[in-house]
Design a protein around this ligand. Structure first.
Ligand code: BGC
Length: 752
């Protein structure tokens, strides 16, 4: 090509860009046929007309400061939207508010690129469902998916496009307050639940008006913070990382999760927001994730406090290079990236790559087709707190309750008792049932335990209430004695103890996970009255209850159950629902036992009473108070006839295992049949057992059912010494039962 021609061509391109960048016709984006026929091409052509500043604007997420003293920020934000400097918001909601901003983006910014509105829709929007840890105890994937779906329908009706959920962090340390947001300690169950929640939020088609972009968080190993102290260092082996913490993220990716959020913590010296190895090599290259990665709140800025970035520019550079596409609120991408590109320290390709992912997410939601599809006032009025959602909330809440102890068969109580003493401030608390991260949950929607119980008993039953303790669990002056006197006078007592909502969740780690304040003293005093007494626990984490459990015959773990808490508790207490929940996290006896989890290693000196030099404590038993998978019912189930269809299987084949489960009591109920496996001898040590399957079955009194599980090689695989997935021949143990510690066993051999 002649020199002259080359110059003309460059001029032509420059002029076209100047023309398009100055006079881009409004609405062109929304009628571009490429959107449907070739989305990638559509996004590339959009990128080609964006300025570098506009691309960087797409990577910037700001928070809507509801609590600001005045409205002046609005003018600033609106101008930034017009200038294409904000790609997404978190925290703003409501059709009116979100539509107003969307209109500015679409009609007043140069290219009209729509905004994304994000929010932490963790366990419900306005209809608040049980906290995720509680929901997990139902082991009911279908209902869990339904609550996520319902939350998505409600939140999208309020203008929300994107939820920062599910939280899929495995947690083995109950001191960590955020244990409440996840599914507990098990990677297998955690993976199934992660996938169910992703499906629930994202629905069948992301471009439906009632689907949210889901976000698996916090990538990764955030649950492994040392000492259970939030935001603390994580220092774990690759094996633990790949076997325990990563599987639920991988499951979320396989389920098609659209976005991932980075974690605040470092792992072995590398903060997650600078961790290219995990964010790019593993997440994208190995697992094929092609969605969007968002930072956690100010986490890019925090790379400076971690001590891996000297200044904001270095922090921004590290995060973008590692694979973080959106900067949540630290503003570093917005302020630092333009200069870094100019200086040649960051390539424009890297910016394009991140901006492309943001635009793809917007396209996936159908926002380039109709940017206002999530702002429909009719939907907002009709969909929120519907009768159907309230029914679902009650169903999910009942299934989340775990009966820990009923040794005197006090439960269920009769509805026609003459008098019931209801003790404990949490029984009238309408805030705590909402739990941590309660969307736009409203305390007025909450049925308290007192209300639920009063609504369930016969008209003649007198329910008398005494708060006894304050919001921190300390005695209200003189009220313990009053509570005790009340218990003495009544036919039965229901005592509600535990943690208010603010004691779990983010930045709510506790060093002592016993009952707060004076509550242990209270229960000790009350049991002395020798009245039928039911202890109801309301909390967001396992509690260390050793003494309390010894002295109390009847304990019901009810967690923070959402808006229908009172009704759900009453359903179980009075036998309208037979409890079926099973713990998805181990309850230690005491703080000093933490971490304690079921899928531990055997060690070279497994605990043995008769041998002093074995792995145990000298002051307490090594076993937990309540193990993973544990939970009682008003009926009892027996497990018999555990059979493998063959004594051996060859690699690449499968094996059928069956067991006969029988309901031996007078109640019909649901049992969660659990399958665990152990590789007896392998080239690396394997856990004493690992959950590999479960089934929820319904049994009428005296009914018996054969339950089958198919064992496939994948269930027997693990990482070898080189961290390669492998299956090794040898003997395997199969355990099936109603809890990780109450099982019957068989063995089979895997042959080459
Ligand atoms: C939390 C995230 C949350 C974000 C936005 C952070 O402090 O760690 O889980 O999604 O805030 O609210």
């Amino acid at each position: 090509m002649s020199k002259m021609l080359k110059i003309c061509k460059s001029w032509f391109i420059c002029l076209s860009i100047i023309f398009l960048t100055t006079f881009y016709p409004y609405g062109k984006l929304y009628s571009d046929p490429l959107q449907e026929s070739n989305p990638d091409h559509f996004i590339d052509s959009l990128l080609s007309i964006m300025t570098i500043e506009e691309k960087i604007g797409q990577l910037n997420m700001f928070h809507w400061p509801w609590s600001a003293q005045d409205d002046s920020f609005k003018t600033v934000y609106e101008k930034m939207i017009r200038d294409g400097k904000i790609g997404s918001f978190l925290g703003i909601y409501g059709v009116k508010n979100t539509k107003e901003l969307q209109k500015i983006a679409v009609e007043e910014s140069r290219l009209g690129i729509p905004l994304l509105f994000a929010f932490d829709v963790i366990h419900g929007w306005r209809t608040i469902f049980p906290v995720p840890l509680a929901e997990a105890c139902s082991w009911d994937l279908e209902t869990i998916e339904k609550t996520a779906r319902a939350a998505a329908v409600e939140a999208t009706s309020s203008g929300i496009h994107w939820t920062f959920a599910p939280m899929v962090d495995i947690a083995r340390d109950p001191r960590w307050g955020r244990i409440v947001e996840g599914s507990g300690e098990d990677p297998f169950l955690g993976s199934m639940i992660a996938a169910a929640r992703v499906k629930g939020f994202q629905g069948d088609k992301l471009d439906d008006e009632n689907t949210l972009l889901a976000c698996a968080k916090h990538f990764t190993a955030y649950g492994g913070v040392e000492g259970g102290r939030d935001y603390n260092t994580v220092d774990i082996s690759d094996r633990t990382l790949f076997e325990v913490y990563l599987p639920p993220f991988h499951a979320a990716v396989k389920a098609g999760v659209a976005t991932i959020m980075g974690a605040f913590n470092e792992i072995a010296g590398v903060p997650m927001h600078a961790n290219e190895q995990l964010l790019t090599s593993v997440l994208r290259n190995q697992w094929g994730f092609n969605g969007l990665v968002v930072s956690d709140w100010t986490a890019i800025k925090e790379l400076q406090s971690h001590g891996v970035a000297a200044d904001p520019a270095a922090a921004g550079m590290l995060a973008l290079r590692a694979g973080v596409d959106i900067d949540m609120v630290s503003g570093i991408y917005l302020t630092e990236l333009p200069a870094l590109v100019k200086a040649g320290k960051i390539s424009e390709d890297l910016i394009n790559q991140a901006a492309r992912r943001v635009l793809k997410a917007k396209h996936a939601l159908g926002l380039f087709n109709d940017p206002f599809k999530y702002h429909n006032i009719q939907r907002e009025q009709n969909n929120i707190l519907s009768a159907e959602n309230l029914q679902l909330a009650r169903d999910m809440a009942r299934k989340s309750i775990v009966l820990l102890k009923n040794s005197a068969n006090i439960l269920p109580l009769k509805k026609n008792l003459k008098s019931i003493a209801l003790i404990g401030g949490l029984a009238t608390d309408q805030v705590s049932p909402l739990g941590a991260w309660a969307g736009i949950g409203d305390t007025h929607d909450v049925i308290s335990i007192l209300e639920g119980i009063r609504g369930a008993v016969s008209p003649k039953t007198k329910v008398s209430f005494q708060a006894a303790y304050d919001s921190n669990g300390f005695e209200n002056y003189g009220e313990f004695q009053k509570a005790s006197d009340l218990v003495k006078k009544c036919d039965a007592a229901i005592v509600v103890l535990g943690e208010p909502a603010q004691m779990s969740g983010e930045a709510a780690s506790r060093a002592d996970i016993g009952l707060p304040g004076d509550q242990t003293r209270l229960i000790r005093m009350l049991v002395k009255n020798n009245k039928p007494l039911v202890l109801i626990l309301m909390n967001g984490r396992p509690l260390a209850l050793d003494e309390v459990a010894e002295e109390t015959s009847t304990i019901l773990e009810t967690w923070h159950l959402g808006v229908q808490m009172g009704n759900a508790v009453a359903d179980v207490v009075f036998g309208d629902y037979n409890p079926s929940g099973k713990l998805t996290v181990t309850f230690p006896r005491t703080n000093g036992q933490i971490p304690v989890y079921y899928n531990h290693k055997n060690t070279g000196r497994p605990p043995d009473f008769s041998d002093h030099y074995t792995s145990k404590y000298i002051d307490i038993p090594w076993t937990p108070l309540y193990p993973f998978g544990y939970g009682l019912s008003y009926t009892t189930y027996s497990y018999n006839d555990l059979k493998c269809d063959r004594r051996s299987m060859i690699i690449n084949d499968s094996l059928l295992i069956s067991v006969q489960v029988t309901n031996n009591g007078p109640w019909e109920g649901e049992e969660i049949v659990q399958l665990y496996l152990q590789d007896e001898v392998a080239s690396v040590t394997r856990p004493v057992k690992e959950l590999k399957g479960f089934k929820r079955i319904h049994l009428k009194p005296a009914e018996s059912q054969k339950v089958e599980f198919l064992i496939t090689p994948d269930m027997l695989s693990f990482y070898d010494q080189r961290m390669m997935k492998t299956v090794e021949p040898g003997k395997f143990k199969v355990f099936i039962g109603g809890s990780s510690e109450n099982t019957i066993e068989q063995t089979f051999e895997l042959m080459q």
